[in-house]
Design a protein around this ligand. Structure first.
Ligand code: NAD
Length: 426
């Protein structure tokens, strides 16, 4: 049966076929076999008292994939579909992402099976603190550093840092990233994923000839999707469709991201938000299905929601010229093969969204060294990282005549395998 972790492992197998490192084949085989198994899977039940006085338990996970290159690093997801399989896949992607962007971290992921929208704020805080107590024995500022992911934000990260600090009796901001500025967060972290992605987008656009005014559809209008829409709109591209978990809006002349976000906050969904300038009106657009958004004839499709959005059932209907994967794992390997065969360029997740973890690393670095950087320093360093990584990957694309995904995996896996071998772990 296909699974999200199965998909991630299949991508590793594809990479293995391209691998020529000069190590004996049996060493490489052992290294790849190890990469397919996380170093640790912590799972259990956490229990909180609801406002009603009743007790409720939730399944919780922290998966530590590989720390050959540095402490484990990965986000925290609060979602009803969180599963061990998903956590393992996302932890593996984190090991590869940190290696691709060349920051000294390994990979991890954590989460709770919960729909946070059904909890009151005090219940959410109790859940977060209970989750932090659950993972505290396995983490530390130089061991494993959680951060935010889907449905978690800076308030939740502040609660996590506070709970850990109270537990060990010492203020330890470096235990999580994505905190508020007041609690040791970094300037630029909030929009870092999209900021890194827009630097990359400009490089890709130049390379493959995407012109200003090009049309863009974005699946998922949360943190990553909204900021990406805003940066693309600012740069002169046209956002003609956006979707969220409730529906999608089509605005052929180009939607205004800020007005769309304001409308979404008011209505609870982007479906029905057809916003130009500061005005939202039915004249400007129409409601479409989430499925239709993925099949629009656009220059660039940006999946910015969850895994497996583009799969073997819908890959043949994708009509974008470029798929720019802002979400983690949005394309299954079967779909990836279909897109490649159809000449659609896919810019892979572990490259596209690496800006988030890069600025998380900057935040951690500032906490450890008691520094506070200005936004221009953060963005300058982020741009340098994205540019250097793109140049390295573009060289592999050219030299090996391969896709961006395979080139990125090759670079990332090679760095992790090198570290495993150097440390005698294979
Ligand atoms: P988020 O919770 O802020 O936003 C997710 C959005 O996706 C929401 O608007 C939600 O309604 C929408 N969505 C869910 N299911 C959908 C569906 N079937 N169709 C259309 N929309 C749907 O989360 P986020 O932080 O923006 O993360 C989005 C993706 O980006 C995830 O894959 C995450 O792992 C990845 N990512 C995020 C960051 C970050 O810094 N936020 C960093 C790296 C990767």
């Amino acid at each position: 049966m296909s699974s999200t972790f199965g998909n991630a492992k299949a991508l590793l197998d594809e990479t293995a076929a391209y691998f020529s490192r000069g190590y004996p084949e049996k060493v490489l085989k052992r290294a790849f076999a190890k990469l397919k198994i996380p170093q640790k899977v912590a799972k259990g039940k956490i229990t909180i008292t609801l406002d009603s006085g009743k007790k409720k338990s939730f399944e919780a996970f922290r998966v530590q994939h590989n720390n050959a290159r540095g402490p484990f690093k990965g986000g925290t997801r609060f979602h009803p579909k969180v599963s061990e399989d998903e956590m393992k896949a996302l932890a593996l992607l984190m090991s590869l992402k940190c290696a691709a962007i060349d920051i000294p971290y390994g990979g991890a992921k954590g989460g709770v099976v919960v729909d946070p929208k059904t909890l009151t704020e005090p219940e959410l805080e109790r859940l977060t603190r209970a989750y932090m107590r659950f993972i505290t024995p396995f983490i530390g500022p130089k061991i494993d550093i959680p951060g935010p992911d889907v449905n978690t934000n800076e308030t939740i990260m502040d609660w996590m840092a506070d709970e850990y600090s109270s537990y060990i009796g010492k203020t330890t901001p470096a235990i999580v990233t994505g905190k508020s500025l007041a609690r040791g967060g970094s300037k630029g972290r909030h929009s870092a994923t999209a900021q890194g992605a827009i630097y990359l987008f400009h490089l890709i656009a130049k390379k493959i000839g995407i012109k200003k005014g090009a049309t863009i559809a974005i699946q998922g209008f949360g943190n990553a999707g909204y900021f990406m829409a805003k940066f693309l709109d600012d740069a002169g591209y046209k956002i003609i469709a956006v979707s969220d978990s409730h529906g999608a809006a089509y605005v052929p002349d180009g939607a205004d991201p800020d007005a769309t976000m304001a409308c979404k906050e008011q209505k609870g969904t982007v479906a029905g938000c057809y916003c130009k300038g500061s005005v939202c009106d039915i004249r400007f657009g129409r409601k479409i299905s989430q499925k239709k958004l993925l099949a629009l004839s656009v220059d660039v499709l940006i999946p910015a929601a969850l895994e497996n959005a583009i799969n073997k059932t819908n890959a043949a209907s994708v009509r974008a010229k470029v798929v720019f994967e802002l979400a983690n794992g949005p394309t299954t390997p079967e779909a990836d093969a279909i897109l490649e065969k159809r000449g659609i360029i896919v810019i892979p997740d572990i490259l596209t969204n690496a800006g988030g973890v890069t600025v998380s690393y900057f935040e951690w670095y500032q906490n450890i060294h008691r520094e506070k950087w200005g936004l221009s320093k953060v963005n300058k360093k982020l741009k340098e990282k994205m540019t250097k990584t793109f140049v390295d990957i573009q060289k592999i694309v050219k030299d090996k005549g391969t896709s961006y995904r395979k080139a990125t995996y090759l670079l990332a896996v090679k760095r992790v395998v090198d570290a495993m071998i150097d440390k005698g772990r294979v």
